[in-house]
Design a protein around this ligand. Structure first.
Ligand code: SOE
Length: 393
């Protein structure tokens, strides 16, 4: 469905065009086709370090043009929003420059590689907000309908007071010790390993679903495979090995326990070594009146246990989150025709465009990204010092 009258244009530049760039491109393409947006996103230009590859990406992903120079893209009058899909080492530089150039920013997670960078980004976002410029960090899984429903149910008090959060993000794409080094295994580029790449997601999900904040952590990181073949070529999560080898400079796995400000206890596990688990994001929340459980590998389902039901018939029930009354679902398919990984990226674009048009701050903003960054840093420090760490409010 489209607006009957002309809508203002929102011209987008995307920096980076690998795995995340492809996911964001499909979101910019599909959002205006399935949702009634108040603005018309225009896929203006995609930018990458190599001109030929950027041009090929523009053609393949549906961008009008391409560039190999992000700084010149920020100077363009026909760019309103910059979508940052690069590795973490460039997030701060690009996002701050874009905000200073008056462009709205959507930045992939984790917000930055360090707390200091994230603080600079928040400061830039606050300055820009005074001029109506918006900034959002891409904790996309919030927008999986079953996750959004979980948050809604917690907000409505359906599970009472939250006691436990059990969160796992399990992958296995580097369980093979001969899997080559990619930028995600390089501390300089990625900041950290499983912790920042996927642990950041479950930190955000746990805080988002409960509406609470992690206040204290005690954690351990481990790098099981300390050296790997260098990558001859790498794309997304797979690559080919070269004969040379290099050190792995990030964690392969991270575990931590947490205390929430509201009194709940949390356990967190993020690993790329959970053989057989491909993208298993599992969050279980136990409250005084019931429990909720989600597993991304069965992403159209939310499990609900209602502790107020008679014990004789009480039990976890599988809610198929495909009803038009469920968050985001009405725009898509009839009940029972589920959604996939890419849809949450579309929902992210929808919420961002709605916020820009309404003149409000999108969520999660950079301040929330900074708070997650602080939790990540606290887990690392805890692992190094073997001591609990407090996260400043
Ligand atoms: C790799 O672990 C990765 O692509 C993450 O970087 C994404 O954030 C996650 O959504 C899927 O896995």
């Amino acid at each position: 469905m489209t607006h009957p009258t002309a809508r203002p244009r929102l011209s987008v530049a995307m920096i980076g065009h690998a795995f995340m760039g492809a996911a964001h491109s499909q979101a910019w393409r599909s959002a205006p086709r399935f949702f009634d947006l108040p603005m018309d996103p225009v896929m203006q230009v995609v930018c990458g370090r190599d001109a030929a590859r950027a041009a090929e990406a523009a053609e393949r992903l549906g961008w009008a043009g391409s560039s190999d120079d992000w700084r010149s893209v920020l100077e363009r009058d026909d760019v309103d929003l910059v979508d940052v899909c690069t590795p973490g080492d460039t997030h701060a530089e690009i996002a701050v420059a874009a905000l200073e150039a008056g462009k709205h920013v959507l930045c992939e997670k984790p917000l930055a590689n360090t707390v200091a960078e994230a603080e600079q980004m928040v400061a830039a976002a606050e300055r820009a907000a005074a001029h109506g410029v918006r900034a959002m960090v891409g904790f996309t899984y919030r927008r999986v309908p079953a996750v959004a429903l979980a948050r809604r149910l917690v907000e409505q008090g359906r599970i009472g007071e939250v006691r436990h959060v059990r969160a796992q993000y399990l992958q296995d794409w580097i369980a093979d010790p001969e899997a080559p080094l990619s930028w995600r295994l390089d501390r300089e580029r990625a900041g950290s390993g499983a912790l920042g790449d996927i642990g950041a997601h479950i930190i955000d999900l746990a805080q988002h679903i409960t509406g609470d904040r992690i206040q204290e952590v005690s954690g351990q990181l481990e790098t099981f495979v300390k050296e790997r073949p260098l990558a001859a070529e790498h794309s997304g999560l797979s690559g080919t090995a070269s004969a040379e080898r290099g050190p792995v400079t990030v964690d392969d796995a991270a575990v931590f326990i947490a205390r929430f400000a509201g009194g709940a206890l949390g356990t967190f596990e993020a690993t790329r070594f959970a053989t057989g688990r491909k993208n298993a994001i599992r969050v279980e929340v136990n409250g005084s009146a019931g429990s909720l459980a989600f597993d991304f590998e069965d992403m159209n389902v939310l499990e609900l246990f209602d502790a107020t039901e008679p014990a004789e018939t009480a039990g976890f029930r599988r809610i198929l989150v495909t009803e038009a009354t469920h968050p985001y679902v009405a725009a898509w398919w009839p009940a029972g025709h589920g959604l996939g990984y890419e849809h949450a990226f579309t929902h992210q674009v929808v919420d961002l465009v709605d916020a820009i048009a309404a003149g409000t701050d999108p969520a999660p903003g950079f301040a929330e990204g900074l708070q997650v960054q602080r939790v990540l840093a606290a887990v690392e420090t805890s692992s190094d010092t073997r001591a609990w760490q407090t996260i400043p409010a």
